[in-house]
Design a binder for this molecule. Structure first.
Ligand code: 2BA
Length: 107
């Protein structure tokens, strides 16, 4: 068994969860915050048999679209007079981690 941790954009999360549950994947939704943008995103925990990993990744690719976001880097402190230019970042898609699970018990 594997544990898939998928960080997705909030706007894609509801549809992805719906598609996953329709296909009988077990899923837990966690509210998370991206370290770079410091804005909310969604992390899904999906415990899955190894043979279904590719199906899961394909489904995620179908639902989760990369988007461009414009951010203004926050300057240092209150006395900082330098105003940085906005920059454009491409936010996933999804950041997917596949972890080995040593043991899984449902009590
Ligand atoms: P954030 O950390 O808020 O990052 C949002 C987007 O900002 C990233 O999109 C990337 O395009 C850009 N970015 C991140 N760090 C950067 C930096 N130091 N300099 C310039 N641009 C930077 P994604 O790569 O698609 O990541 C989307 C979200 O997935 C991330 O939100 C974070 O919550 C998670 N994530 C991505 N890679 C991760 C990793 N290696 N470990 C843990 N979480 C990760």
């Amino acid at each position: 068994m594997k544990m898939v941790m998928a960080v997705v954009q909030n706007s894609d999360a509801a549809r992805l969860i719906e598609e996953l549950t329709d296909k009988k994947f077990g899923v837990t939704k966690l509210a998370s915050t991206g370290g770079f943008l410091k804005s909310g995103n969604t992390t899904l925990m999906i415990g899955v048999e190894e043979e279904r990993i590719e199906e899961l990744i394909e489904l995620t690719k179908k639902v989760c679209r990369p988007r461009k976001q414009v951010v203004t880097p926050f300057p240092g402190g209150p006395v900082d007079t330098y105003v940085p230019n906005p920059i454009e970042v491409r936010v996933g898609g999804a950041a997917i981690f596949v972890l080995n699970i040593e043991r899984f018990e449902k009590i």
